[in-house]
Design a protein around this ligand. Sequence first.
Ligand code: CTP
Length: 408
Amino acid sequence: MSRIALGVSAGIAAYKACSLLRLFTESGHDVEVVPTANSLEFVGAATWAALSGRPVHTGVFEAPELVNHVRIGREADLVVVAPATADLIARAASGRADDLLTNVLLTARCPVMLAPAMHTEMWQHPATRANVATLRSRGVVVVPPAVGRLTGPDSGPGRLPEPDDLFATALGLLAEPSRAAALAGQDLLGLTVVVSAGGTHEALDPVRFLGNASSGRMGVGIARAAVQRGAEVVLVGAHLAVPPPAGVRLVEVGSTAELATAMAPLAQEADIVVMAAAPADFTPAHTSTTKLKKTGDQGLAVEFVQTTDVLAGLAAGRRRGQVVVGFAAETAADRNDLVALGVDKLRRKGCQLLVLNDVSGGAVFGASENSVAILGLDGVRATASGEKTSVGHAILDAALSVRKEESE
Ligand code: CTP
């Protein structure tokens, strides 16, 4: 069980922190809530105490015998501040210690994650930008705010991301504290990442299709990881079974042909292209415009033709400096054979990296975790296992290292 210090500062989005707290406690984490005094105007101490099952303090002179101003930060495995207002960010950046929460921020040595929420003007003000840059340079993970409806009738960047998204980022930091550096450093800032995800449907007639069981979770995990690291992310989704992460541009497609058409122009602009989708390899030679009817006791013979190999096409048109990543699910008698099959596929497809899933023990569709080897021309470059966002980070690490090698 991890210990989380949940800071809440005085923004209207404090109400969303109640759901975030629930997500933490219901997944077995021990949470100590540290609201600022002003934030209690939005959500009262009784709510935090009841939901966390712990006493709640805002100032350093409450329960001084517990030495909370040092204890909470020291004991925490993760500090999350949601919402983080412009004022809280300014105080944190200048190292102030004028309430309990800022003391926690100074004493914590675990990953610290701030989720800003404020009006667009405040978020874009040079003072706030400079404070965020300072905090990031010190290793603090500052989650980019979502774009959307703000407190009044206005909308723009400044919304607190949804609790599910903050929860996913927080869990990733708990599982892999060393990841905080990449998130704080925003090492994909200025890069465009295009990820395909999900399984295509090939229409037989207006109501029937040939599909596959891909949920899109792996591609969504990669997209989420890329957003967390500051990239512009386009997710080309085919029948996703899970919601896209906040901060991506979603382009929905149905068939392999539509996927190919959507990917071509997007890939032109991309620095990293990841083909995590499971496109159908075959599509009916003819799609009936009317619903196919049974004829007597006859079966149905359908002629299939091969689809376009999207990955091979994108790899062939690759720009210099661009990294194209493919996926493969293979079965083999042993690991060497498996890797050999993967490297062979990587050569055939012409991509620089291939993420290899061993499906000898059964398919991996739909699971929230995955275990992969990331191959280059010379064999295994890295392995990764765990939650799919964490595997996504490992894939992006490998893509960044290829970019670096190519620029040398
Ligand atoms: N892929 C693609 N277009 C297709 C089929 C697959 O871009 N029409 C991509 C997938 O997104 C994945 C990679 O190719 O990144 C691996 O797909 P796979 O179907 O395993 O490759 P195949 O060439 O079909 O291999 P096999 O000969 O084993 O069927």
